[in-house]
Design a protein around this ligand. Structure first.
Ligand code: ADP
Ligand code: MG
Length: 470
């Protein structure tokens, strides 16, 4: 490690104070600009002595890339200097430390908090991906937090990053094997997709408190990396199925099977569309305008669905807004929409009951025609149970599970079903059940949005709570 025990080096315009950390080849100090004592920066000091040729290239790449990049979730490089012995990168100071410390001080992060961080990381990666830049050394130590009060994630340490093509064959492997994609260690044939593996490891560590290949010895670690066993997720803590699905798809050893960047950015757990942004409020407003129109036209079920979609944007809009008065104004509007949506839900639910009853005879006929096909019959029984549960007003999540379970089976059956009356009925039944599942999904999302919009501090509070748990 480069000079972990350094005394702060001397820099003319800055007063260097405490050591913030050190990594693969640098030591980072906190510093103040002499002319403007209130300007706090982080200065990354690299001793030229410790640099071999590859490191000089790494660093120059880092400087070139960082200088051109401005993004809310990427550490800003303000300037750089050098003297006889050192190269200094003057960076924006991140008071919250790095993500590794943040996770380990709390043991694990709640899924909600991990998700917010993941969204911010995805946002930075999307920005880089569009510029054809890979990081190649993603790990919690290279992800910083702007502050502990309202943590904002900032991607750092591009020492290893470079423009993707042409690929430099002479590349030296650097970084921690705990976070490196297996193909990086095993075959040396790798590309941008290694970053997706590392995102999987980081998310895994945030949720379970240790990376998937955590080992007691190097030999054990090597075995785990070289094995071809799929990565298994611990059963606890319990996670949403979307979160598990994403983890499993990121942590595929074979990059060919791994989730693609495009799929990652649009994965429902990442859900970048609903990240707090300057556009959230506009999107919410335009959906709510449509909702009001449908409501006036008496199309209550369409109105309810639109209110629910609008709420999914209002929540991030509230989180995005910093002005307290504007925030309060949005909140007041949102609570009106929520009341209206609740009234609509009562009406729509009673309509639904009628619809569900009307669908029964067709399903009964279909069941009658399926007596000789036990698997189809069983799937229809599950559908029956789902409908019954919805009619009783049972738990939406459990009802949705039943609908999805039966749909999974019925879709398989449909693919193998020859043309004829039974196929027609089956097709229609699947359409009906899909409609039900969609409706329930929307209702579940709406409840979540409602819960978040009415909670005065919203989600930023749950991040903060988890920050003060130390
Ligand atoms: P290396 O290239 O040697 O790995 P990093 O840029 O990753 O160096 O920095 C090493 C450590 O220093 C980080 O893990 C972090 O703890 C701390 N650090 C780096 N940059 C900053 C910053 N801008 N603000 C606060 N701490 C920082
Ligand atoms: Mg580092």
């Amino acid at each position: 490690m480069a000079g972990a025990g350094w005394a702060p080096p001397h820099l003319e315009d800055f007063i260097l104070t405490e050591r913030l950390g050190s990594g693969t080849y640098a030591t980072v100090f906190k510093a103040y600009r002499k002319k403007n004592a209130r300007e706090v920066v982080a200065i990354k000091c690299v001793s030229k002595k410790t640099l071999n040729k590859a490191s000089v290239e790494n660093l120059l790449t880092e400087i070139e890339i960082l200088k051109t990049i401005r993004h809310p979730h990427i550490v800003e490089l303000k300037d750089f200097q050098w003297d006889k012995e050192h190269i200094f990168l003057i960076m924006e100071f991140c008071a919250g430390g790095d993500l590794s410390r943040f996770i380990h001080a709390r043991r694990i992060l709640p899924e909600k908090v991990a998700r917010i961080f993941l969204q911010q990381l995805a946002c930075a990666l999307k920005f880089l991906h569009d510029k054809n830049i890979s990081h190649l050394d993603l790990k919690p130590q290279n992800i910083l937090l702007s502050s502990l009060y309202k943590p904002h994630l900032k991607l750092a340490d591009f020492g290893f990053a470079q423009h993707m093509s042409p690929w430099d064959e002479k590349h030296v492997l650097r970084g921690s094997p705990l976070y490196m994609a297996p193909e990086m260690v095993c075959s040396r044939q790798y590309d941008a997709r290694v970053d997706l593996w590392s995102v999987g490891v980081i998310l895994y560590e945030a949720l379970f408190g240790r990376p998937p290949f955590a080992s007691k010895s190097f030999a054990e670690l090597e075995d785990k990396i070289r094995s071809n066993q799929p990565i298994e997720l611990p059963s606890r803590p319990r996670l949403s199925s979307e979160c598990r699905d994403l983890l499993q798809r990121l942590l595929k050893r074979d990059p060919q099977e791994r989730i693609s960047f495009k799929e990652f950015f649009s994965h429902p757990f990442v859900d970048m569309e609903h990240m707090p942004s300057a556009e959230s409020l506009d999107k919410a407003t335009s959906l709510v305008t449509e909702a009001v129109k449908k409501d006036q036209d008496g199309d209550f079920s369409a109105a309810l669905s639109l209110y629910s979609k609008a709420l999914e944007y209002f929540v991030p809009a509230l989180r995005y807004e910093v002005d307290a008065r504007r925030k309060e104004a949005i909140r007041a509007k949102v609570s009106q929409y929520i009341s209206r949506a609740e009234q609509l839900k009562v009406m729509v639910t009673s309509n639904n009951k009628t619809l569900l009853q009307q669908g029964r005879p067709a399903r009964d006929i279909l069941k009658e025609m399926s007596k000789n096909k036990p698997r189809l019959y069983a799937a229809l029984e599950v559908a029956d149970a789902a409908v019954a549960k919805e009619e009783e007003g049972g738990d939406d999540g459990e009802t949705l599970d039943l609908y999805q379970q039966s749909l999974g089976e019925l879709l398989l059956m449909l693919a193998a079903e020859p043309t004829g009356r039974r196929r027609e009925l089956l097709h229609a039944e699947i359409q009906t059940l899909m409609g039900r599942a969609e409706y329930l999904k929307e209702q579940i999302k709406m409840k979540e949005s409602q819960w978040e919009a009415e909670d005065k501090e919203g989600l930023s509070d749950s991040v903060r709570t988890s920050c003060t748990l130390q």
